[in-house]
Design a protein around this ligand. Sequence first.
Ligand SMILES: Cc1cc2nc3c(=O)[nH]c(=O)nc-3n(C[C@H](O)[C@H](O)[C@H](O)COP(=O)(O)O)c2cc1C
Length: 203
Amino acid sequence: MDEVIINNISYNLEDLEKDCWLRLVNGAIKSRDPFHTPCVATIDSGEVNMRTVVLRKALPTLRELRFHTDTRSNKWKELAINNSISALFYDASSRVQLRVKGKAVLHFNNDITAEAWSKTALSSRRCYLTNQSPSSFSAIPTSGLTEKIEQENFTLEESEVGKQYFGIVAIQVASIEWLWLHHAGHRRAYFNYALDNYSWMIP
Ligand SMILES: Cc1cc2nc3c(=O)[nH]c(=O)nc-3n(C[C@H](O)[C@H](O)[C@H](O)COP(=O)(O)O)c2cc1C
């Protein structure tokens, strides 16, 4: 049997690959979607680092996923040295996990970041307005923001200073591994774009 039936819909490997991207696009658009906040892993001198990020864009034709971050952050520094990246998604209601692997392209001070920054709301711009770099150690528990910024008592113009630290990580997706949990037997599939090979796997 070269297909899987989910909610009475029959999927072959090609349909399933399209469905993965549909889920990713929905995840980027809908803030309450479980795919909105993947866990992203990078490598730091041979050690793995993971963190949650907000999926901002999923571009199926480019096979690209994007999230925003501070260019002073550790993840940015790690990716500049080693651009291997993996993102993990799980939707508990549909019981679908996606394991995405790829290479990161770092966007900074270009048209892509300028457009995204212009659409970034005041509240989100606060993330880029700390005086000290993210991950700096502190003697006190603090947001790193001045009270004025913390209270969102600043203008859009004043927030422009954050633009210098605004970066976008674009994940060029090399493969997606799909896993569907089902009481009558799980199903697993692998979409390898580099080798142009789609295959079922034993879960
Ligand atoms: C729900 C949620 C969403 C987050 N979204 C982002 C994000 O989009 N970009 C980001 O840089 N950090 C985001 N963070 C914070 C990261 O998980 C992480 O703590 C921070 O970026 C420092 O990571 P680093 O030291 O590996 O650079 C988010 C955290 C949570 C809990």
